[in-house]
Design a protein around this ligand. Structure first.
Ligand code: 6R9
Length: 646
């Protein structure tokens, strides 16, 4: 049964909040009743336009046709930097905390602007212009934010690839987006360990003839390979470039970035976000959901390789003239109190992280938290996966000492920004619930026939109307966009998540209903992991499912059928794990590999994943209907050889 505890809004939070309970109710009602007027006001308030739009919105889910603020012109980089120079040019924009606890750095708006302009000129000198795709494969260093903003300044489309992805995964993403230039670093540094980014990039680029130049940031100073005529040191190029770079004037619907994410089938999808609607929504949600006030220190721990790092580390906070903190390291190094040390060192007011980090730290005990002050904290946030009530309570009571509201923000790469979330000054909190829809978001729950459930109930989560930061397409594949999100439930955006709504209208996200896993907050398609496994010469077939995992949320359980005559063994398991790591990245390594003679299939040959999930979770007394199985003996054997997981 769900947790029935409710935490009221603390009066001191409500007193200074941008939005209080009454404000939420009236503004939410208005956002649905008069959407055009509502969004025109927000667009005016949060973004500086060169030219006003002609039409607020124009969308049709039947065709997956989505347009916001058409006719309007703006530049995302100008909105993040230039427009703040007069009022706060000497205020800190970015605080960088390096992996090494002794090293941090601050950049004012003026300094960041200068860096971005120089790099933008470097890009132009390399032949990059409006509409060209630039791949960014960097660790969590200031240059990552600079690179994104430099692309935005000249109208190039960035595609950031998470530094934990392998050479093969990088190659696939570069090829899919047909990138022209790559920005990387010699090595990344995390928890004292070196990540061979340049070596991965060199390997990837062997098969990417479209990439003509590579800018290399010197981070570790480690030894790397060098391709003359292609590779350029970032610091040398930037030092030689001019500081004056007029921004490109962009249409509201010009693409700002592509970001790859896993789906239930096939290759990762290149989710495309455009400029105007995304920026309005990024700025507005950052302001209201974190109740951000000028001068506050805001820290989002997400990597720039994920959408959270795009919207809530870079674009949202900088559009609001805020102070954003970027952390290069990991929560447990040099000791498991690192997060809280950083909070004290930089006097962080708003802290936004993932449940997997909370659970990992919770296990290590309260002492690491309690030896720090954390008095500066005002608001806490959670994102990436459902937060279990136990972890929520620990975050609230131990980390926040019962003072700080937790905003549990439900959203996706495809939604561009927060969709269902509490607002600190408006929403009484229920541990484990993402609470209510944000302004303009009409969230519905559909039953198995695709009909809307009114009032309390459980089903799949869908969105009934467009919002400004909605993804517009999948790069180069609008048909797949249409089929993935708009076909199954016509007239709705289908989220891929299940949810329950309670009698108070609170949403409780129950997790993915498709074949997408959420491992430590990272989305991974089971199909991708399966295709990595079958690439190994010993493997005939593979099926991958998730199982409940104490820290990761979900773990990866792989059933592997070997080819005739191949001997199973621990060495082979290691090889298979390596294969997955090479193909996708270390985050996709299976927690468990079980060799099997066969998989449970229906008579028509379809794998019964439902049964595989039950076996992986150890729920063997509760397999459900097995009457359609072609060979019941297969299931008995799988159960006998089951590996205890979790
Ligand atoms: C922002 C982000 C999206 C998937 C989403 C859902 C899960 C994210 C959540 C949550 C429950 C939350 N998810 N936030 N589930 N409560 N607060 O994580 O984007 O990487 O695309 O993942 O993550 O399953 O569908 P992305």
């Amino acid at each position: 049964m769900p947790h029935e505890k409710v935490y009221p809004v603390p009066p001191e939070i409500a007193a200074r909040a941008h939005i209080d309970a009454e404000g939420y109710r009236t503004l939410y009602a208005r956002s649905l009743q008069e959407p055009e007027a509502f969004w025109a006001e927000q667009a005016q308030r949060f973004i500086t336009w060169e030219r006003r739009w002609e039409r607020v919105c124009d969308w049709d889910f039947q065709r997956a046709h989505i347009r916001w603020f058409e006719g309007g012109r703006l530049n995302a980089c100008v909105n993040c930097l230039d427009r703040h120079l007069d009022s706060r040019g000497d205020q800190t924009a970015l605080i960088w905390e390096s992996d090494n606890p002794a090293v941090s750095q601050r950049f004012t708006y003026r300094e960041l602007h200068a860096q971005v302009c120089r790099l933008a000129n470097v890009l132009k000198n390399q032949g990059i212009g409006k509409g060209d795709r630039v791949c960014i494969y960097l660790p969590m260093i200031p240059e990552a934010a600079v690179a994104m903003l430099a692309c935005a300044r000249i109208g190039a489309i960035h595609s950031v690839v998470f530094g934990g992805f392998s050479a093969e995964a990088l190659r696939d993403r570069i090829l899919d987006a047909d990138c022209r230039l790559l920005i990387t670093a010699d090595e990344g540094l995390r928890g004292g360990k070196h990540v061979p980014l340049k070596a991965n990039a060199d390997q990837a680029l062997r098969e990417c003839p479209g990439v003509r130049s590579v800018l290399v940031v010197r981070r570790s100073g480690g030894k790397i390979g060098w391709t003359e005529g292609r590779d350029v040191w970032y610091h040398e190029a930037v030092a030689a470039a001019a500081e004056d770079c007029p921004p490109e004037s962009m249409e509201a619907e010009d693409p700002l970035f592509i970001l790859y994410t896993s789906g239930s089938t096939g290759k990762p999808k290149g989710v495309v976000h455009t400029t105007g609607g995304y920026m309005v929504y990024a700025a507005m949600t950052h302001r209201y959901v974190f109740d951000y006030h000028d001068g506050e220190i805001y820290w989002c721990t997400a990597d720039v390789g994920w959408v959270t790092g795009h919207t809530y580390l870079v674009y949202g906070p900088l559009a609001n003239g805020g102070i954003t903190l970027m952390f290069e390291g990991v929560p447990t190094w040099p000791e498991p109190d690192r997060f809280w040390q950083v909070v004290d060192k930089h006097q962080v007011n708003i802290f936004y992280t993932a449940p997997t980090a909370i659970r990992a730290l919770m296990r290590l005990g309260d002492d690491y938290v309690k030896r720090t002050s954390r008095r500066s904290l005002r608001i806490l946030g959670s994102v990436g996966e459902p937060i279990n009530p136990e972890a929520w309570e620990w975050y609230y009571h131990v980390v926040g000492e019962g003072r700080c509201p937790i905003v549990d923000t439900w959203w996706q790469t495809e939604t561009g920004g927060h969709m269902i979330t509490p607002l600190p000054g408006a929403t009484p909190l229920k541990p484990g619930s993402a609470a209510w829809p944000f302004f303009g978001v009409e969230a519905v729950i559909l039953d198995d026939k695709g009909k809307e459930i009114e009032g309390p109930g459980e089903g799949v989560l869908a969105i009934k109307r467009s919002w400004p930061a909605q993804a517009r397409t999948l790069y180069g594949n609008h048909q797949r966009f249409l089929e993935t999100y708009f076909k199954l439930y016509p007239g709705y955006y289908f989220t891929g998540d299940g949810a329950r709504r309670d009698e108070d209208g609170y949403f409780w996200i129950t997790g993915r209903v498709d074949d997408v896993l959420n491992v430590s907050g990272h989305r991974l398609g089971t199909a991708e992991i399966e295709s990595a496994l079958v690439e190994h010469p010993a493997v005939a077939e593979a099926a991958v499912v998730g199982f409940p995992h104490d820290v990761k949320g979900q773990g990866i359980y792989a059933y592997v059928i070997l080819k005739e005559g191949v001997q199973p063994g621990e060495e082979l398991k290691r090889e298979l794990s390596e294969q997955v790591s090479r193909d996708i990245g270390p985050i996709a390594k299976p927690d468990v590999i079980q060799f099997a003679r066969d998989l449970p299939k229906t008579r028509s040959g379809k794998i019964m994943r439902r049964i595989l999930r039950k076996i992986a979770a150890g729920q063997i007394d509760d397999l459900g209907d097995t009457s359609t199985l072609a060979d019941p003996g297969v299931v008995e054997e799988l159960i006998r050889n089951r590996i205890q997981a979790g």
